[in-house]
Design a protein around this ligand. Structure first.
Ligand SMILES: [Zn+2]
Length: 260
């Protein structure tokens, strides 16, 4: 049986708009958490599923991603793996990674992809064997993270890296449920994108039911996420920036979103 057949993934809401994610392999009993916005939310899901937490992967140092880490680590004894750049900021780290490192979590070979911009330490986690990635606060559904510690050029480079690195059929989880607001903004950038218009309607319906819009896929993001589409001539044209380089178009889109 392949790892995809024995894997179950549980995504749940934490805090106001954060996500908790648990990746579980039935065969080995391995259970991997990505970020811990809220220990109690994780404990509730672990109790409900009976899964025993073995590993915690951290995407970046922001409080809403590590707030529950100390408590969850103490209660479960899970091994905590996160960015080397945050070794000083996150005291619970047992192991740190840099760009290109591989870590083994039970049967899962997990690749660390450095995607700085939102923060300098940001790591996106990718598990090729099950075609799953977690992009933290770098890539969101129809959006990207605000650029706090890096600069816009750095963020564009990180998003470009993800586009090249993650196959179109990769299932993507991320840190926040921001999709509805992102969709409203995205249609102002590319009103003529029919796939985007259809997705925006779908998202409004999903949110009206109170359901999550994540995970997404790389294919869906490439087709509809304006931040990934900064290199498309149609997007540059729509912004009156024909012929300008993708990073300049990206910077303009990011600035407009910051001011929206
Ligand atoms: Zn953040």
């Amino acid at each position: 049986m392949s790892l995809s057949d024995t894997t179950e993934i549980h995504q749940f809401a934490c805090l106001d708009d954060n996500f908790g994610v648990l990746i579980h392999d039935r065969e080995s009993g391995t259970t991997v958490a990505v970020d811990v916005p809220d220990a109690a939310a994780y404990e509730a899901v672990l109790a409900e599923t009976g899964w025993k937490l073995s590993h915690i992967l951290i995407t970046h140092h922001h409080w809403d991603h590590v707030q529950g880490l100390g408590e969850l680590k103490t209660k479960t004894g899970a091994v905590v793996i996160g960015p080397e750049r945050s070794r000083q900021k996150i005291s619970e780290l047992d192991r740190t990674v840099e760009d290109g490192d591989d870590v083994l979590c039970g049967p899962y070979e997990v690749k660390a992809i450095a995607t700085p911009g939102h923060t300098l330490d940001q790591i996106s986690w990718y598990i090729p064997s099950i075609k799953v990635a977690h992009t933290g606060d770098t890539l969101f559904a129809l959006g990207c993270g605000r650029v706090f510690e890096g600069d816009k050029e750095m963020m564009w480079a990180s998003l470009s890296h993800l586009m090249h690195r993650l196959p179109d059929d990769t299932t993507i989880y991320c840190g926040h449920e921001y999709t509805e607001a992102n969709a409203k903004f995205a249609v102002t950038i590319e009103p003529g994108n029919e796939a985007l218009q259809a997705r925006a309607k779908e998202i409004a319906d999903i949110r009206a039911l109170g359901k999550p819009t994540l995970p997404t896929t790389m294919a869906a993001e490439k087709a509809t996420n304006p931040f990934l589409r900064a290199g498309e001539a149609s997007v540059a044209d729509a912004l009156g920036m024909a012929g300008q380089p993708a990073e300049a178009v990206f910077a303009e889109i990011r600035t407009r979103k910051d001011n929206a």
